[in-house]
Write a protein of this length. Structure first.
Length: 127
């Protein structure tokens, strides 16, 4: 059970996060925070003994994400008359479907009323 819990902790541990900054200054500061320095060119912070912040005992590494080019914007270009035509088409289809539903329900109810008149539920056995 202990080994399972250790493996579980490794599996559910977050390793990546997408962060949106309000300003470019925040983004630039985060990227500058995680600039990799080689062993011969250490940053001033490390040489002065400043301890960097860690997340799960790991120094965070920030890098800029690529532009979201894989998003499908299939309805972004539809404006004006095309959009209005689509809305009118959808409303016509909905109205047609409601009319068909009303007609079916009305005809079944009419059939039920006619059958109830022919064969009433209460029968007088004396007649």
């Amino acid at each position: 059970m202990v080994k399972f819990n250790e493996m579980r902790e490794k599996l559910i541990r977050p390793v990546c996060a997408f962060i949106t900054f309000e300003t470019d200054d925040g983004k630039n500061e985060a990227i500058a925070f995680s600039k990799k320095k080689s062993w011969w060119n250490k940053s001033n912070e490390e040489s002065e003994g400043v301890i960097r912040e860690t997340i799960f005992n790991t120094i965070p590494h920030f890098k800029q994400a690529t532009e979201p080019t894989n998003i499908i914007w299939e309805n972004r270009h539809i404006k004006g008359v095309d959009y209005a035509a689509r809305v009118v088409g959808v409303l016509l289809i909905i109205t047609f479907m409601l009319f068909i539903t009303f007609t079916i329900i009305f005809s079944f109810k009419k059939y039920q009323i006619e059958n109830t008149k022919k064969w009433p539920m209460t029968v007088n056995c004396d007649e």
